[in-house]
Design a protein around this ligand. Structure first.
Ligand SMILES: [Zn+2]
Length: 352
């Protein structure tokens, strides 16, 4: 139903254009971009709660998205537009064109030369603690920034473990991160949940130009959650459980290598989960990540077959252990960088 409403909104926009030529131009443009597989709402509320009940680690980004979509009736249109612009940019500059590739089980994607060069994102870290363990060291904060830089630049030491099948897909996203400041807040609240209470207590600092990361105890076995591009600037950023932040100091195995940060920042830069939060036919809008029907856990052996193809279990956007995820793909790189193009939803973050 949501899809139909969005389509009608787009049609209304087309037909109310006062300029006939412009209307035709828009219609031609529209016909080039296939948005038929786009989705926003998922069954994450049910799925993630089931995973937690099974004692598995969980990311609450898609649950958070459901909540925000319910709260803000304009968010769906904003995210549709961002997706449309992303696909338009990728199809205009690279191959394969159009959507993320549907359900074709992957395939090669070329990194697009978008002319943006290396993108540097300044980061504010908010450390909220109720005990001395949670008041993590500057070294632990620095370690998370180092992991982000290694993973997004493909200088991570475990990149060499990528199987031959995906060797052409592993990417250097040419996105870097610089710590701009750390804010520390003592608070007797020992569990912050996922309803953005921590952001209300400690609002983001200049979220238009800085990535804000809140480090606090979330509770409930939840590793972290992020806000996608298009969301309210008052809640923009990433929340990471203290024990899953960075790779030194107060960290807990098997999520002690800083990859929760990499995963959540991936969402913040518009990446979906590798399995598309649905079954085989629901995609992550990326052509070179094979379809899967559910997250993988632990440290799967290769090959792990789902949806008639080998899962990219070592992708940062899966749910595998920190030690067992070590790549983004070229298609994910193109998708992340599209939001930094002039007029893009996170362009101001890169000074564009
Ligand atoms: Zn996630």
């Amino acid at each position: 139903m949501k899809k139909i409403i969005i389509s009608m909104a787009v049609l209304t926009l087309l037909f109310t254009s006062c300029n006939e030529d412009k209307t035709q131009e828009l219609q031609e443009e529209q016909s080039k971009i296939d948005m038929s597989d786009f989705y926003l709402y998922t069954d994450a509320d049910i799925d993630e709660n089931n995973r937690i009940a099974e004692g598995k680690g969980s990311c609450y980004t898609m649950v958070n998205l459901n909540r925000q979509l319910n709260k803000d009736p304009k968010l769906a249109k904003k995210m549709f537009d961002i997706e449309y612009n992303t696909r338009n940019l990728i199809s205009a500059k690279g191959k394969p064109a159009g959507t993320g590739g549907g359900n074709n089980g992957g395939g090669d994607t070329t990194p697009i030369d978008d002319g943006l060069g290396i993108i540097n994102i300044p980061v504010y870290v908010h450390v909220i603690y109720s005990n001395s363990n949670e008041n993590i060291s500057n070294a632990q904060v620095a370690s998370q920034i180092s992991v982000l830089n290694a993973d997004f630049r493909k200088t991570n030491s475990d990149a060499s473990q990528v199987p031959t099948e995906f060797a052409d897909d592993i990417t250097d996203s040419e996105i870097e991160f610089t710590l701009a400041g750390t804010f520390r807040h003592s608070n007797s609240n020992s569990s912050w949940g996922t309803n953005d209470a921590v952001k209300a207590a400690y609002p983001p600092v200049t979220p238009q130009t800085h990535l804000n990361i809140w480090v606090c105890n979330i509770g409930g076995g939840i590793l972290g959650y992020a806000q996608f591009p298009g969301g309210n600037s008052n809640t923009d950023g990433v929340v990471i459980g203290t024990e899953y932040f960075g790779n030194t100091g107060y960290v807990s195995a098997p999520f002690d290598k800083g990859r929760t940060g990499t995963h959540e920042v991936g969402h913040y830069l518009n990446l979906r989960h590798i399995w598309g939060d649905g079954r085989c036919k629901q995609d992550d809008f990326v052509a070179d990540t094979p379809s899967s029907d559910a997250p993988n856990y632990g440290c799967p052996s290769y090959p792990t077959v789902n949806c008639k193809s080998n899962d990219m279990t070592m992708n940062y956007m899966d749910y595998t252990n920190d030690d067992c995820m070590y790549m983004f793909s070229d298609g994910q790189r193109n998708r992340m960088r599209a939001i930094f193009a002039a007029g893009g939803s996170r362009a101001s973050l890169a000074g564009n």
